[in-house]
Design a protein. Structure first.
Length: 257
């Protein structure tokens, strides 16, 4: 796909994905289609072991492009089609077979915050703040994502008021791994990505799959599922190599098998 609203660079097993739709990386149909394609592509690429998602300029993403919504419905079915694309867009980083680190370089608003929450690990710049302002434009959406990460009261207060929440508060609540000066954000995300990329790609993939599957399972069944994954991994060449390397005190050489 020819990229017009996003940038993709791959090096050292890391795909760096940048939202690049000035001035605030608002999400229109094209951006959602491109980013979904990028995550699907990264899932299949053997040269990608981890993905870092960030934004160009001073914003991570200002959310849905409200200007596009004005003329969204031209014929029956248009809104249904729009909602389907939006759902798959948020599922894309979750479904990506590789871990996705979000480096939120600035404000993440509405659908921008939802995209951030859809990633596996979140880092934020000191200039980052988040907001769910849907109520101010007569819309709704994202309550499920908020409920996954915040308390009942906090999620509802955020949504009913549309108030902003600074990155420091996200860190206090345990939602983000770190809050960093803007210039240190991407280097920190890439450092974590390199650390992940050095692990067994097979094990990393299966661990991410386990996280996604057990979220909706009762504790006992979830633990049983995890044990099954571990048993399957134990038979892989990568696991045997990891164990040999540990005993021999050397770095393992993984093949993803």
């Amino acid at each position: 796909m020819e990229l017009q609203t996003c940038r993709l660079a791959v090096a050292e097993g890391i795909a760096t994905v940048t939202l690049d739709r000035p001035p605030v990386n608002a999400q229109n149909r094209r951006l959602r289609e491109e980013l979904t394609w990028i995550f699907d592509s990264c899932s299949d690429r053997r040269d990608v072991r981890c993905v870092v998602l960030t934004g160009a300029g001073n914003s991570f993403s200002a959310g849905a492009d409200i200007k596009e919504r004005v003329g969204l419905v031209q014929e029956p079915g248009d809104y249904i089609s729009h909602n389907r694309l939006t759902r798959e867009f948020f599922y894309a980083p979750m479904d990506c077979l590789k871990p996705v680190i979000c480096a939120a370089n600035g404000p993440a608003i509405g659908a921008g915050f939802a995209l951030m929450l859809s990633c596996d690990v979140m880092l934020a710049a000191e200039t980052c703040w988040v907001q769910m302002p849907e109520i101010d434009v007569g819309l709704a959406g994202g309550t499920k994502l908020l409920s996954e990460h915040f308390s009942r009261s906090k999620a509802r207060a955020m949504y009913f008021t549309g108030r902003k929440m600074p990155a420091a508060e996200l860190y206090r609540l345990g939602l983000v791994e770190a809050v960093l000066p803007a210039e240190a954000l991407l280097p920190a995300a890439l450092e974590m990505a390199r650390e992940i990329a050095a692990k067994s790609p097979l094990a990393v993939r299966e661990i991410k799959r386990s996280f996604n599957v057990v979220e909706s399972m009762p504790y006992r069944e979830a633990y049983r599922f995890e044990q099954t994954v571990t048993e399957q991994l134990s038979q892989s060449a990568d696991t045997k190599e990891a164990q040999r390397a540990f005993v021999e005190k050397r770095k393992p050489v993984f093949k993803g098998e």
